[in-house]
Design a protein around this ligand. Sequence first.
Ligand code: ADP
Ligand code: MG
Ligand code: MG
Length: 908
Amino acid sequence: MSASGRSPARRARPRRRVYFFGAGRADGRAEMKELLGGKGANLAEMTRLGVPVPPGFTVSTEVCSAYLRQGGRIPADVEREALAALAKVERVMGRRFGDAEDPLLVSVRSGARASMPGMMDTILNLGLNDATVKGLAARADERFAWDSYRRFVAMYGDVVLEIPHERFESRIEARKAARGVRLDVELDGADWERIVHEFFEIVEEHTGRVFPQDPEEQLWGAVAAVFRSWDNDRARRYRKIHGIPDSWGTAVNVQAMVFGNMGDDCATGVAFTRDPSTGDRQFYGEYLKNAQGEDVVAGIRTPQAINRASRRETQASLPSLEEEMPRAYRELVRIYEKLERHYREMQDIEFTIENGKLWMLQTRTGKRTTRAAVKIAVDMAKERLISREDAVARIDPHALDQLLHPTLDPNAKRDVIAKGLPASPGAASGRIVFSADEAEARAKGGEKVVLVRTETSPDDIHGMHAAQGILTARGGMTSHAAVVARGMGKCCIAGCGELRIDHAAGEMQVRDLVLRAGDVITLDGSTGEVMRGEVPTVTPELGGAFDELMRWADRLRGIKVRTNADTPEDARVARAFGAEGIGLCRTEHMFFEPNRILAVREMILAADGAARERALAKLLPMQRGDFEAIFRAMAGLPVTIRLLDPPLHEFLPHGDEEIAEVAAALGRDAAALRAKVEALKEYNPMLGHRGSRLGITYPEIYRMQVRAIMEAACEVAAAGVRIHPEIMLPLITHERELERLRALVEQEIAAVQAERPGAKVKPSIGTMIEVPRAALTADRLARHADFFSFGTNDLTQMAYALSRDDAGKFLPDYVETGILSDDPFVSIDEDGIGRLMQMGVRGGRATRPGLKVGICGEHGGDPKSIRFCARLGFDYVSCSPFRVPVARLAAAQAALELAREKRRKRAR
Ligand code: ADP
Ligand code: MG
Ligand code: MG
């Protein structure tokens, strides 16, 4: 920037603190949100565009910061500037502030850079007092004047004098009851006048002072209250949750009032330029006649639809604005179209109609559902408002989750009882069950269940499969429950620490609430909220716009997207979501199937090599069958199969009862079996006898697996299906270990080829990089590997000395206190683990240029990590099936970002 030739004087803090807008001219503009807040910047921009906006001025956010720093004083020169701007407003409006004959009234509106509902409300009709209210009445009638006055006193009382809102509300209710009417509009001028005097009494009682009658005093009081509201608890909490810095401050907008409550040719309303829930190109909104400010959203009367096309059933008996005030409506249409063209975004607008004349009071980018966001981006690209790149860049990849899973009906009531980690998105309701077997049994009987466990293990897979959702008390975002649930596309809340589960008693407790097996709960996997009872869900369908956006994304991205899939079913789901192969097929998940686990246990518990071979011979056809089905599901695409990885102990029975059962089934002595199970126990299984170490100790296991892969591949290839198997060795730590195992794999491949002359299947052989030593010696490992796949779960765990299964107890504190900005199991720790990855890629490709490199850890579905992998020159990422679209979009955005950087560099 320093080379851009801007003089230091231009860059210095702007002298101006107050920005006028009105009559087609404005000191500010849309880009000045930092200084003017979102509302002020857009009021200025609309004014410049020639849109009818009541004149006013914005006091900048810097004044707010100064005010708070200086202990609550508005600097005198700011007051002078503001009064000068007020004089301009008076000239445009032809009225004077505080004039008893024909007073100018203003609104005082807060407006930070980012929209912040935690802050103060707006004050309307400021400038009214016992004298000016009479002047106001002359413009229409008594009812209008006193209605405006009571609104002002209540808002000022609430916001500036901090008197509870209800105190005022209850007086209105009492008055309505006394008059036997139901609606505010049924009260007349005399009623409102009485109410105003009652309000004064409340104020005196509460503050010990009379309500301020001096308009200027009112103005400074309101401006100061807006500044102070930046520092209130609500606002602070909101900023903390949304990561908004405390230093920003809020701007204040002071704007001439226009009146929607002056009679039946007046109205106030809000609208979206497109449907915010579907994204359809349908102007959509609501208004109330003879009303002011927030009346529309406050629900005091049923608002009317803005046009016939968007009229809902409940509004059927009421005319729309289009019919009732056709001229103002046509003007509104003209303006919204202009704003959309200008901002190139769907707008959320606020307007008021005074005696048939339309005034715009706010415009901003409209909030929307993901479904609407996708539809709007695609439509706008087709309308040539934005480019296809813009459309792709606009959608938050995280938000796609909302589209791919059922979600809770946003209008339904929630009785939240606890909160855990949002481990896998989606929503689920069902009866509580505390064991996997019971989950399966009840689900078979047609019941919907939610599996609740302290934590899950591979033993629980069948129960997780049967359940609608999973809730655990322990474990983090990469705990077993979280990883498996995401893979299944199933809703999961993990690490819900407030939960006390008594599996034996069949009950769980949250503080003093006890729930029993069979009670119904609902999980929101996107927020981590656990709710009591059933909350209805909605399943949004994927439409043409989604497919179109994904096609555009695919054309932009460089990095491929594969999936982690262990079953043909997962593979098919992932392929439908656009996966370009399997990056990780874990062979052990197949071992947990009830009809196989016995053979697996027999293999593990075998007394000698011969017995082991016999057990392996039983497993061979089963594995072969699995691979055949997966190859078929992934016809034409690469499939990376990882040889057996977990410590063997995970497959063994636990507890006396289960051991006795297994002993009986295997025809062995229970005591001997128990001794063997004991012997296989490890102090630190994640650093123990697992991964390729199994292949070194029991080469026959890996041989069987390679044979199963090869035979399946030959079978499928013979049927004319094109396949690309890739055999991957887990937990490699040393060059010679890899060399030895590669030779073993090649031998078995050659053996199968010899049995089947003519079969041309030639798998590639590669290694995972998931141990720091592997990353450090990648140049050597590459001598024996056709590809690298980074296992970043283990790599993070080992290089960070962070147990994945225990981190839940302390990691949240690290994120909470800001020591870490992200959970390193969710987003790759670029400074640390990322360096190891970079070293791994560079080392590998130094030995073997063009070495294929991918990632198969959970990070493969995280947009930020995908961006990082793209930067490092990875060939592909691999993620769970339901994350594939998320990854495709994130990969496209990474490509756009890289291209932008390159252009910038070249320009320099
Ligand atoms: P929020 O930030 O909560 O949306 P606003 O400052 O937009 O609050 O004010 C809320 C409503 O008050 C507006 O939508 C509008 O209806 C009304 N309002 C604000 N300023 C004026 C004004 N100058 N004239 C008429 N109505 C106004
Ligand atoms: Mg508003
Ligand atoms: Mg691993």
